[in-house]
Design a protein around this ligand. Structure first.
Ligand code: GLA
Length: 394
C-alpha cells in the first residue's frame, strides 16, 4: 500500500470510510484547496482587488453516483452523516451540511437537476482558521454535483454560485475572494483578482522566498456580526463620498470628504483605499520577482488592518511581531477575515526550518501556547479525477 504523500494518505482514508459507510467503492475523487490571502483584505466586497493563492491543504471527497436523487454525505471532520433528497431541500437542517444543501439549491436555481450521490469528505484544512475550508467545501460539492449531472464546469462562474450559497443560503455576506481562488487557483502562482469584473491575472511567487502559514491556534467566534459591521461602515463611507463602492475612491477624495465621515467610517475607508493600491503594487512586485517589496507591502497591510480597520487581535499581532523579528522574514500579516486564526509570512528560501522553529518558540514563550507553522505551496483550484482503484483496501 502506498503512503508516501499527504493526498495518498487522505485517499486511503476515503476508501476505508467509503467502504464502512456505503459498503462500496468510490468512482471519483474531488480535491478542493484552502487558500491563503497574500494581500488585499476586505477589499473584495468593495469591488476592489485581492491577491490570494490556493494552498496544498485541501478537502478530498470520494464520490459514487446514484441512480435516484438521494444525497448522502459523511464527513470525517465532524464524524457525522447527512442525507437528503434534492427534491426536499430545507434551510437550517444541518449545520456544516448547509453548505452542501446550499450548493444543490443554487444549481437548481440555475435550472439544473443535480442527481444523487454518496460522498465521503476528509481533509487537512483546519476549520475556522481563516484558510477557507467552507469555500473549499462549496466548490468541492459543486464540482462533484456538476460532474455527476453532466453540467459544464466554468471555474469563475462556479465561484459566483459558491458566493450565492454563502450570501443567500447560509446567510454570510462575504465577497467573492475565497470561492474565486478556490475555483481558479494555479500551482506556483497567486492570482490578482479584480472583484469588479472578476478578471484575474496570474502572479508568480517570488523565486527566492517561501510562503509560510502561521496558525495561532485561536479560532473565530462571533465573527459574522463584526464582518457585517465593517461591511456597513464601508458602504456608509462610500455613500458619503458619493460613490457606489470604495474601489472608486482615492486618497484625495478621502481627505476632501473627511468632514462628512464619522471617525470610524474615515478609518475604514482609508484602509480599503490604501489596501487596493497596495494590492496592485504587490502584483507588480511579484511580476518583477521583488520579494522585499512584496514583504514590505504585506506588513503595511497588517498595520492598516490592526490600526485602521480593527480586525486583528492579540494572538495575530503577537504572531506577526514574532515573525517580523526573525531575520529571514521579508514580511508578515494577518490573513482572511481576522480576529483569530492564521497569519502569513514571506520568508527567505532555504531558511524555512530555522524560521519555523524560532518563531514557534518565540510565540509559545509570549502566548503560552504552541502555534502551528506550515510551509506551503501554491496549488491548483478544485479538480476531479477517477478514484485510484489501487488505493482500495482489498
Ligand atoms: C472572508 C470573506 C472574504 C473576504 C475576507 C476578508 O474570508 O469570506 O470574502 O471578505 O474575509 O478579506
Amino acid at each position: 500500500m502506498r503512503a508516501e504523500n499527504p493526498s495518498t494518505i487522505l485517499e486511503q482514508e476515503l476508501s476505508r470510510q467509503f467502504k464502512q459507510h456505503f459498503d462500496s467503492i468510490p468512482e471519483l475523487v474531488v480535491t478542493s484547496p484552502g487558500r491563503v490571502n497574500i494581500i488585499g483584505e476586505y477589499t473584495d466586497f468593495n469591488d476592489g482587488f485581492v491577491l490570494p493563492m490556493a494552498i496544498d491543504r485541501s478537502l478530498m471527497m470520494a464520490i459514487k453516483k446514484r441512480t435516484d436523487d438521494l444525497i448522502r454525505v459523511y464527513s470525517t471532520e465532524f464524524n457525522a452523516e447527512i442525507s437528503f433528497t434534492s427534491s426536499s431541500l430545507r434551510k437550517g437542517e444541518f449545520s456544516w451540511g448547509e453548505y452542501i444543501t446550499g450548493c444543490i439549491w443554487v444549481l437548481q436555481q440555475m435550472g439544473h437537476t443535480p442527481c444523487g450521490f454518496d460522498m465521503v469528505i476528509t481533509g487537512n484544512i483546519p476549520v475556522g482558521a481563516s484558510l477557507s475550508s467552507s469555500a473549499a467545501l462549496e466548490l468541492g460539492i459543486l464540482r462533484a454535483a456538476t460532474y455527476t449531472a453532466g453540467i459544464d464546469w466554468q471555474p469563475m462562474k462556479m465561484a459566483i454560485l459558491g458566493q450565492r450559497v454563502e450570501n443567500e443560503w447560509v446567510g454570510m455576506n462575504c465577497g467573492i475572494m475565497d470561492q474565486a481562488i478556490c475555483a481558479c487557483g494555479r500551482k506556483d502562482h497567486a492570482l490578482l483578482i479584480d472583484c469588479r469584473d472578476h478578471s484575474s491575472t496570474l502572479c508568480p511567487l517570488p523565486k527566492k522566498s517561501t510562503i509560510i502559514i502561521l496558525d495561532t491556534g485561536t479560532r473565530r467566534g462571533l465573527v459574522d456580526s463584526a464582518y457585517n459591521e465593517r461591511r456597513a461602515q464601508c458602504f456608509e463611507a462610500a455613500g458619503k463620498m458619493n460613490i457606489a463602492y470604495l474601489r472608486d475612491g482615492n486618497e484625495e477624495m478621502l481627505e476632501q470628504f473627511r468632514p462628512q465621515l464619522s471617525p470610524l467610517a474615515y478609518l475604514r475607508a482609508k484602509h480599503i483605499i490604501l489596501e487596493n493600491d497596495r494590492v496592485l503594487q504587490a502584483a507588480k512586485a511579484m511580476q518583477n520577482d521583488a520579494g522585499h517589496e512584496l514583504g514590505r507591502l504585506m506588513y503595511e497591510s497588517h498595520c492598516s488592518l490592526r490600526d485602521d480597520f480593527d480586525v486583528s487581535g492579540t494572538a495575530l499581532n503577537t504572531m506577526v511581531e514574532c515573525a517580523m523579528e526573525h531575520s529571514a522574514c521579508l514580511g508578515a500579516r494577518m490573513t482572511g477575515a481576522g480576529f483569530a486564526g492564521c497569519a502569513v509570512a514571506l520568508v527567505e528560501k532555504g531558511r524555512e526550518k530555522d524560521f519555523v522553529e524560532e518563531v514557534s518558540s518565540a510565540y509559545a514563550a509570549r502566548m503560552q501556547t504552541e502555534p502551528r507553522l506550515y510551509v506551503c505551496q501554491a496549488a491548483d483550484g478544485t479538480g476531479i479525477q477517477p478514484f485510484d482503484q489501487e488505493l482500495v483496501e482489498k
